[in-house]
Design a protein around this ligand. Structure first.
Ligand code: TMP
Ligand code: ASP
Length: 240
């Protein structure tokens, strides 16, 4: 366990707080139980969500690191806190989709459940005030979010990460429908940042099709805490 201590609050987001540490290259992200949807307009608390998402995210970053993907994870400090490398975060949300759901169905008329082979990768502008709109590479370059080389790099990484995560979740009897990634720059490298959890992934049970992710909160499907705990149980079962 690291002796590193939390310093001043650097930033508070909807699901996490980020704290400075005595090391300028490292920050601590603390996972909260607050949940929001629809650009922060729907708000509530999901009991123990922060603990679940911290554990699942650490497990996912470790898995990805073991397969050669560079992430910001340094170590899990305790239940709610993760020590990470400080990133200059790119204001682009990278979405990978294996099965049509969510905004793809709403925006483009895909049928929910339709298989997407090859998977689709999309970029969204990270800006709640503009409702996180879909953007293309040229928009991202002109908005100075990233260079074309960086965009190509993160798109390639998103595809690699998708293959690793899709295979992993299948071993937990979960279909990885889609997920969101955020990347950032650190000492000349691009690292995967943020979190990977039922807040940022759609996960459907292979046998029953039950949604075990934040859609239960978004659409008031009930048993929200149970779904998060179920995903954690399967991840921990795999580790142990
Ligand atoms: P979407 O279908 O609403 O575009 O969402 C695609 C994936 O991205 C889904 O797994 C949920 C995740 N997501 C986030 O992590 N944050 C967000 O703000 C949104 C809108 C989606
Ligand atoms: N993170 C988004 C928000 O709070 C929403 C979502 O995940 O649906 O607005």
């Amino acid at each position: 366990m690291s002796a590193i201590q939390k310093g001043d609050l650097l930033y508070e987001g909807k699901a996490k707080k980020v704290f400075l540490t005595s090391d300028p290259d490292l920050v601590i992200q603390e996972f909260k139980d607050s949940a929001t949807a629809f650009d922060g307009t729907k708000k509530d608390t999901i009991a123990s969500k922060g603990i679940v998402n911290n554990s699942i995210s650490c497990a996912m970053f470790k898995l990805l690191e073991s397969k050669g993907i560079k992430t910001h994870l340094v170590e899990k400090l305790d239940d709610r806190n993760m020590l990470v490398k400080r990133l200059d975060i790119m204001m682009v949300e990278v979405i990978a989709r294996n099965i049509a759901a969510g905004s793809l169905v709403r925006r483009l008329g895909f049928t929910e459940g339709q298989i997407l082979d090859p998977p689709i990768v999309e970029f969204f502008l990270k800006d709640d005030a503009l409702h996180d709109p879909l953007i293309n590479d040229q928009h991202a370059v002109h908005l100075k979010l990233a260079s074309m080389d960086e965009l190509n790099h993160i798109r390639t990484k998103a595809r690699e990460i998708n293959e690793i995560m899709k295979e992993y979740f299948l071993t937990l009897n979960l279909k990885l429908v889609d997920f969101k990634l955020e990347f950032g720059r650190h000492k000349g490298e691009i690292l995967l940042g943020d979190e990977i959890s039922p807040d940022t992934c759609r996960l459907w049970d292979v046998e029953t099709g039950k949604k075990l992710d934040k859609d239960r909160f978004r659409f008031d499907l009930g048993d929200v805490e149970g779904a998060y705990q179920e995903v954690l149980k399967r991840v921990v079962g795999k580790e142990g």
